[in-house]
Design a protein around this ligand. Structure first.
Ligand SMILES: NC(=O)c1ccc[n+]([C@@H]2O[C@H](COP(=O)([O-])OP(=O)(O)OC[C@H]3O[C@@H](n4cnc5c(N)ncnc54)[C@H](O)[C@@H]3O)[C@@H](O)[C@H]2O)c1
Length: 303
């Protein structure tokens, strides 16, 4: 996709973190914006900030796990701007801990936002974007799903998040395959960041009341949360840098977007285990964040 100016971007999870940075990067390119988030306060701040700098932006409060709400978002974007060119299925949340300790509500929440949110975006927007492509030979579009390096790697105490993000990587690859059967004018990409300093370590702030558990977090869940918060806080790359890398990838039609390519040897090590049929393992001594995560959980379990 080469033409950003005056094109239309829809971004979920746009009130904070990566979504907000993507919105600012889109506005810098002169795009018109439909921004969605479950949290009205931060969404309004983002929209008002962008408008004050001259952007044509609208904010819509939705929960991406709600299929009908995402469909209304798609219709609202079409009603306002007539076309959508760039869709970022970006909203996401995190939780962790020993995988058998995650409750049914944990799974419903995590998979509802991280996976079903992306599914809902694809189901609602793709037919409308394909129709725009069919109606206009000059139309170009792209759907970018935010996964994670956790979509290509597994580690202790992050099973629930990793499962959701592996599904997003698979879904994104399948979306690209299927789009290639239908039109060359609409592409797909998957964004796989490593740790970025955002608010994701405090995802619980937007957990709906009906998906809250009454039981306190387990030792492993507390330790995994503390490890994630520290790793995110120490993230070596900023959300703005990730957004710029992502826009460059969209312009170059690169499917896999890896803002922290230094993590890729871990993916290779994992695939080597698959190909060599050796048991999964991680080179902890080479990766401080993973070592710290494992050690924190081990020490919490020992108490
Ligand atoms: N920060 C990282 O280190 C990191 C690394 C890899 C992947 N990611 C992914 O990046 C994406 C963005 O996360 P972030 O780090 O910017 O976190 P963040 O918490 O800073 O921002 C996420 C935004 O999504 C919104 N949101 C949460 N639940 C929602 C829902 N049900 N419907 C609509 N909006 C909802 C939040 O209100 C928030 O504004 C997520 O998919 C996350 O998994 C983040």
């Amino acid at each position: 996709m080469r033409q950003f100016k005056d094109s239309v971007a829809v971004i979920t999870g746009a009130g904070a973190g990566l979504g907000k940075a993507l919105a600012m990067a889109a506005a810098r390119r002169g795009m018109r914006l439909v921004l969605a988030d479950i949290e009205a306060g931060v969404l309004n701040q983002t929209v008002n900030g962008l408008r004050s700098e001259g952007a044509d932006a609208v904010g819509i409060v939705i929960d991406v796990s709600d299929a009908s709400a995402v469909d209304q978002l798609a219709q609202a974007a079409m009603d306002r701007f007539g076309q959508v060119h760039l869709l970022f299925n970006n909203a996401g949340v995190t939780a962790g801990g020993l995988v058998w300790e995650n409750t049914e509500k944990d799974w419903d929440w995590l998979l509802g936002v991280n996976l079903k949110g992306v599914i809902n975006g694809i189901r609602s927007f793709t037919p409308r974007m394909v129709a725009s492509a069919a109606a206009d030979p000059a139309y170009e579009g792209c759907i970018v799903n935010t996964a994670s390096m956790a979509g290509l790697l597994t580690a202790p105490g992050m099973g629930i998040y990793s499962v959701s993000k592996h599904a997003v990587v698979a879904l994104s690859e399948c979306l690209r395959h299927d789009l290639q059967l239908v039109t060359p004018q609409l592409r797909a990409a998957v964004l796989c960041p490593s740790y970025v300093s955002t608010e994701i370590g405090h995802s619980d702030r937007n957990r709906p009341a009906h998906l809250l558990d009454t039981a306190p977090l387990t030792k492993s869940q507390l330790a995994a949360r503390a490890a994630a918060q520290q790793a995110v806080k120490n993230g070596a790359i900023s959300a703005d840098e990730v957004a710029e890398i992502t826009f460059k990838a969209v312009a170059d039609d690169r499917f896999y977007v890896f803002p922290s390519p230094e993590a890729l040897p871990l993916v290779k090590a994992r695939i080597d285990h698959v190909l060599n049929q050796t048991n999964p393992d991680l080179p902890y001594d080479l990766v401080p964040a993973l070592k710290q995560r494992r050690d924190r959980i081990l020490s919490a379990l020992a108490q």
